[in-house]
Design a protein around this ligand. Structure first.
Ligand SMILES: Cc1ncc(COP(=O)(O)O)c(C=O)c1O
Length: 461
């Protein structure tokens, strides 16, 4: 018989207590944290939706793998298990293991970028763009316009606008574009996928101009699931097959394994070209570690190899993962809360610009809303708006992104449907009181990646 509804394809074997605190307690904690959710202690958080990065629950099979990790400095057995898993699941021959995604971004940017280059991409990601700029490149956003419109229901808001990409190539010349950085399930757009047809077209265009295509395949699994659900011709293909096809339209990928791959730390750069891989390994030994462990211990590599296989073993895992995110999104939409639509793969993104429409963007509506939500219920989200966008290195002014969002990222296999219900109730309660919320101003602003450690205070009356 057809199943009418689905449930998580696992049961819980171990629990970690969390505690609810009083409103006064949380007001005090957020003040001490400079109204920045990154600076809260996790023990003061009730439901932690700061990030889906490194917060997954591992399976019993992965935990068992930790005990079998080979901690040899060179030639670790666990490295070869990982290499085999990456070859089979993603299809890249060359594996360069790193401590996490940004380690891979660093190595890739350093081997490919020369000062004065331009790197086009489908919307920026914070650390990715940082490493591109740090290596001397300028980032050029070539995502479709629909990605910048929170309520636009386009099914593939992560798509590259081929005309914009062609215009960048015409303007600066292909020789100044070392690669295009293509992110699957674009995080800053709200976890929005790109279509296979679009990726294939990008790859063909870049081939014609001898430009490499480098994926940020951090959430490629979730992108593969959306392709299966939304793109003609993919309904009968497994998510594993779709993922392999995604990777086939690229020359390599950076991956933060703290997301799709179901581990708490780790990442990798994967390449096809052995010569590029040789150059990457030469830098790896300076910045991360020897080429057979990079930035990971043997046990981390063992758990990662198992996580990579587990995520595609059946489609049930990713269906339940995205299904939980969609469940929270549906609760909020039913109550008229403005969120990014369609609901993305790894979290629900609240449209802070619409919710706190009385605040100008330089009073940080998303930062403010994140703090208000924490005070209401102990639910911790993350600002993804003007604070994350940082300042333009040329002018020193704020960058004003069109999207001013609070991200409620859902860790994989960690929370239940009741946690989603509590979260939705809190968002609705804050929404009802929104007009009383005051904006914030900086008391400390770091120069780089300011959102991590910035501090704020409420703007006085
Ligand atoms: C799309 C994307 N790329 C890269 C990274 C960086 O990965 P890591 O945090 O493992 O350094 C992240 C992490 O949040 C991400 O979401």
């Amino acid at each position: 018989m057809e199943r009418r509804s689905w449930a998580e394809p696992f049961k819980v074997k171990m629990v970690e207590p969390i505690r609810m605190t009083s409103r006064e307690y949380r007001q005090q904690r957020i003040r001490e944290a400079g109204y920045n959710s990154f600076l809260l202690r996790s023990e003061d958080v009730y439901i932690d939706l700061l990030t889906d990065s490194g917060t997954s629950a591992m399976s019993d099979y992965q935990w068992a793998g930790l005990m079998l990790g080979d901690e040899a400095y060179a030639g670790s057995r666990s490295f070869y298990h990982l290499e085999e898993a990456v070859r089979e699941v993603y299809g890249y021959a060359e594996l360069i293991p790193t401590h996490q995604g940004r380690g891979a971004e660093h190595i890739l940017s350093q081997i490919l970028i020369k000062p004065g280059d331009v790197v086009p991409g489908n919307m920026y990601f914070t650390t990715t763009r940082f490493h591109q700029e740090y290596a001397g490149a300028e980032f050029a956003d070539v995502i479709i316009d629909e990605a910048h419109e929170a309520a636009n229901p386009h099914p593939f808001k992560g798509n590259v606008d081929l005309d914009k990409l062609q215009a960048v190539i015409d303007e600066v010349g292909a020789e100044r574009i070392p690669y295009i950085s293509v992110e699957t399930n674009v995080n800053m757009a709200g976890g929005q996928p790109m279509s296979m047809a679009n990726l294939k077209a990008v790859y063909e265009l870049c081939r014609r101009h001898d430009i490499l295509v480098m994926l940020d395949a951090t959430r490629a699994l979730e992108n593969a699931y959306f392709i299966q659900q939304r793109e003609d011709g993919f309904q009968d293909r497994s998510v594993a097959e779709i993922l392999r096809e995604i990777c086939s339209y690229s020359d390599g990928a950076t991956v933060s394994s703290k997301k799709d791959n179901l581990v708490n730390i780790g990442g990798f750069l994967a390449l096809r070209d052995p010569e590029l891989a040789r150059r990457a390994r030469a830098l790896l030994v300076a910045f991360e570690g020897l080429h057979t462990y990079g930035g990971m211990s043997g046990r981390d590599m063992e758990a990662l190899a198992r996580g990579i296989r587990e995520m595609v073993e059946t489609d049930d895992h990713v269906r339940a993962r995205v299904g939980q995110v969609e469940y929270l999104g549906a609760l909020l939409l039913k109550s008229g809360i403005p969120i990014v639509q369609p609901v993305g793969g790894h979290g629900v993104f609240l449209n802070a610009a619409a919710i706190l429409s009385h605040l100008p963007q330089d009073q940080f509506p998303a930062q403010t809303l994140t703090a208000a939500l924490y005070v209401d219920s102990g639910v911790r989200g993350m600002e993804r708006g003007i604070v994350s966008a940082g300042r333009d290195p040329a002018t020193g002014d704020h960058r004003y992104p069109k999207l001013e969002l609070v991200r409620l990222a859902i860790p994989r296999r960690v929370y239940t449907q009741s946690h989603m219900d509590v979260t939705a109730e809190s968002v609705i309660a804050v929404y009802e009181e929104r007009e009383a919320v005051r904006g914030l101003q900086f008391t400390y602003e770091p120069d780089e990646l300011r959102f991590f450690q910035a501090r704020f205070e409420p703007i006085p009356d």
